[in-house]
Structures are given as C-alpha cells and as structure tokens.
Design a protein around this ligand. Structure first.
Ligand SMILES: Nc1ncnc2c1ncn2[C@@H]1O[C@H](COP(=O)(O)OP(=O)(O)OP(=O)(O)O)[C@@H](O)[C@H]1O
Ligand SMILES: [Mg+2]
Ligand SMILES: [Zn+2]
Ligand SMILES: [Zn+2]
Length: 278
C-alpha cells in the first residue's frame, strides 16, 4: 500500500485541478506556499563531477508547468489520467494505453515522438487517453500542448471571420505547441471549407515535424470499393464510415507517416454505459 499522503487535498501532487469552468484549470496547492526543499530561494545546489552547481527547484518550475497545462485547454469533463485508465485486459486498449504512454516517455523537443490515432466506437476511452497524454506532457514534463475538437474548431474559425480573422490566424495557436491533440477527427459535414481547414492544419503540423495525436469514431480501414481517384464526391464522403473518405487522401497519407494507427474493435464496450449500469 502506498504511504498516506501528507496533503489530503492534493495527494502531494502540489496542484489542484478545478473543473467548474469550460476547461480544466490547475493551480498550486496551499501546501506548496513555502518550499521546504530550497527555503523559497528557487534553486538548489548539487555536486556534478566535483563542482557545485545551482539548479532550479520544483517550486520555480511548477508555476510554468501549471501555465502550460492551463494553455492546453483540456475540456473540464476530461479528467482522465494514465493511472485511472483501465484497459480491462482488452488487447487493443492495452496497446492504445502503451502507445500513448510511450509517446510521453520518449518525447524530446529535439526528437518529437511519433503521434498516434485511436479509432473506436463511442465511450471507449479515446478522449481519456488524449487528455492523459496532454496532462502528463505539460504538468510532468513541461512541454507545450493544445487540445482541440475538430467541429468546434470549424465553428470557431467561422465566428472569427466576422472579426476579420483569417483561417491561418485561427490555426496559428494550434501549429505552435509541441504536441497537439485533435479529437473527433472526421466529424462534421465534410464541406470543402472543413476539408481545406483540416488539410491545412495537418499539413502544417506535418511540415513542422511536431507531434500530433488524434481520436476518431471513423474506421482506419479503407473501403474496398475505393477508387483512389481523389475526386471529391460530397454525397459519398458524408455517407462513409472510413476516415480516409472523411478527411481526404492528402491528410490520410500524412497521418500514416506521422502516427501509429490503433483501431479498437467495434465490440469494445462503452465505458459510459457500463458505468451507469453498475
Ligand atoms: N478504460 C477506461 N478506464 C477508465 N475510464 C475509462 C476507460 N474508458 C473510458 N473511460 C471513461 O469513460 C468516459 C468516456 O470516455 P471517453 O470520453 O474517453 O470516450 P471516447 O472514446 O472519447 O468516446 P466518444 O467516441 O463518444 O468521444 C470518460 O469518463 C472516461 O474517463
Ligand atoms: Mg471522445
Ligand atoms: Zn497540497
Ligand atoms: Zn523550492
């Protein structure tokens, strides 16, 4: 059994997460108001190869990480962490968790990890794993990150038009972060505007070599009848259950290079329904 935490409020994490607004907001816990490690100096001395060196203390690093977490705009309802994701011995859920975990552990700014796409039916923990990844990368590792849901992005961009904002102005905050999570990929009406927007965003993330992670309800398998002609047929695109049809060949091709692809079986149980039935 793990030892009793000294602070019952934050369980010794040093921060608390408020979920009463649209996005998760992290703040330092009162138990960290004074730092017993460095006596509030903000740095510690350590001996490296016989030399005494100063290094930043956790108390100085923590506020920056809280800011990174808050800037990621993780929806308040997404309180998932790696610790509380239970793959229930299902092979593909185990793989999805391991892949997300490897993405955070192998992440280096000079050598960004390969991203991942998790496809699967509703309530199977896809958003949970995206948010757990961003949570860890910001708060535990100090990298910048952003979460976005594709259909919210389209309506936000359209709202921006009335304020003179261009598509590129709106995409800029999504191009810059070390890691971007795009949720609900392929959802929407697949209009030319939506296809062009997602194409622009994915192409820019691809060109910059930055890590991008995705979740989708659409299938990662290609329709057997697909002609691959690249011809845009709105009726066929809207009816398709395949991600490639929903986002187009250009995005699909980049995704395959940028990401590990994981498809959860269609029979994977809906965690939401299971929870409410218990
Ligand atoms: N394996 C799991 N272990 C613990 N909690 C889980 C697991 N799978 C899902 N959950 C929880 O179930 C709820 C629904 O999960 P989530 O929102 O991640 O599903 P989703 O796959 O993104 O669904 P949708 O396709 O509807 O967006 C969340 O509260 C999440 O934390
Ligand atoms: Mg989801
Ligand atoms: Zn505390
Ligand atoms: Zn300190």
């Amino acid at each position: 059994m793990s030892p009793q935490p000294k602070c019952a409020r934050c369980k010794d994490m040093g921060y608390l997460i408020d979920r009463t607004h649209e996005f998760c907001v992290a703040r330092a816990c009162d138990c960290k108001a004074h730092c017993s490690l460095c006596g509030d100096r903000g740095y510690l001395y350590e001996t490296v190869s016989g030399y005494e060196m100063a290094r930043e203390c956790q108390c100085r690093i923590r506020p920056r990480r809280l800011q990174l977490f808050n800037a990621a705009r993780i929806p308040a309802r997404c309180n998932g962490t790696f610790e509380d994701f239970k793959p229930r011995a299902q092979q593909k859920l185990v793989l999805a968790k391991e892949t997300a975990w490897a993405t955070v552990h192998e992440y280096k700014r000079e050598h960004p990890s390969r991203g991942f796409v998790i496809s699967g039916p509703v309530g199977t923990g896809k958003t949970h794993l995206l948010c757990a990844t961003l949570h860890w990368l910001t708060l535990e590792a100090g990298f910048s990150a952003r979460y976005v849901e594709s259909s919210f992005l389209y309506s936000e961009i359209k709202n921006g038009f009335s304020h003179g904002q261009s598509v590129l102005d709106a995409l800029q905050p999504l191009i810059a972060p070390d890691v971007l999570a795009i949720d609900e990929l392929g959802r929407g009406r697949c209009t030319e505007f939506e296809l062009e927007t997602i194409d622009e965003l994915i192409a820019r993330r691809y060109n910059s070599g930055r890590t991008t992670i995705f979740a989708t309800n659409y299938l990662l398998t290609k329709r057997p009848s697909a002609t691959g002609s690249g011809y845009y047929d709105p009726a066929q695109t809207q009816a398709s259950r395949c991600l490639v049809d929903r986002i187009g060949d250009r995005c699909w091709s980049r995704l395959n290079e940028m990401c590990h692809l994981i498809e959860l079986p269609q029979e994977t149980t809906d965690y939401r329904l299971n929870r409410t039935r218990r």
